[in-house]
Design a protein around this ligand. Structure first.
Ligand code: ZN
Ligand code: FE
Length: 245
């Protein structure tokens, strides 16, 4: 029988508003870091616990997700995983992942999802037995990633794919953008009571400097305007408005 909650997740807030995730399979004690913007906070976290680092999971090539890669690899001799088609710009990549590929992290199966939009080579790591999704800069609480490289159609398709996931999926995104996203969401969906309630909770958390991430997909389905957009045109207009908000 499968024991739930075998994947431990630790969240390190770094830089202005980034989150680095350290994940650990309890059974095998394999440890990985998702999107290390920096090496030093990861090293001190591991040192405190006397753990070693086995893997780095990269969601996309941006510096605020990969700047720690090479320093961590040098120290721990860990394996770096990233999207095959983006191998040329993921520093230190060892394992070239394909869209839809499944691999195991310790005892836990993980599926590689291709979500172009924010960049053309953006992937997510889906621990489907644990219902934990490491999404990088594709989906944020009440928001979505900016379209630096991809088209609105690509991002709209990626978000529609995410909508089909179990609502009790826990989403781990890479930035604390929730409060600003919430203000934007309210500006386009002012009568949404769930959105208003959520925003109150978010503001209370932020006043206490608490994280509003991770979050459940079920909440997004009810309050995230980008997930609620039903047509490409609606999505495109929202994204344009958000860019200048
Ligand atoms: Zn990014
Ligand atoms: Fe980022």
């Amino acid at each position: 029988m499968k024991v739930q909650g075998q994947l431990q997740v630790f969240q390190l807030p770094v830089l202005q508003d980034n989150y680095i995730y350290i994940i650990r399979d309890i059974n095998t004690e394999k440890t990985a870091v998702v999107d290390p913007a920096l090496a030093e906070p990861v090293n001190s976290f591991l040192k405190e616990r006397n753990w070693t680092l086995d893997f780095i999971f990269s969601t996309h090539h941006h510096w605020d997700h990969t700047d720690g890669n090479l320093q961590l690899k040098e120290k721990w001799n860990c394996q770096i995983l990233g999207f095959a088609k983006d191998a040329h710009r993921i520093p230190g990549i060892d394992q070239h992942l394909q869209e839809g590929e499944e691999f195991t992290f310790g005892d836990l199966p993980c599926r590689v999802l291709f979500f172009p939009g924010h960049t053309l080579g953006h992937i997510a790591y889906w621990f489907f037995e644990e219902k934990k999704l490491f999404i990088g800069d594709t989906l944020f609480a009440m928001g979505c990633g900016r379209l630096f490289e991809g088209s609105p159609q690509q991002m709209f398709t990626s978000l529609n794919h995410i909508k089909s996931f179990p609502p009790d999926t826990e989403v781990f995104c890479a930035h604390e953008y929730t409060e600003k996203n919430g203000h934007f969401a309210l500006s386009v969906d002012s009568k949404n009571q769930m959105l208003k309630d959520r925003m109150k909770k978010v503001q209370t958390s932020r006043e206490k400097n608490q994280a509003t991430v991770p979050f459940f997909l079920s909440e997004e389905l009810k309050t995230n305007p980008f997930l609620r957009a039903s047509t490409l045109e609606e999505f495109t207009n929202l994204r344009k408005k958000r860019d200048i908000f």
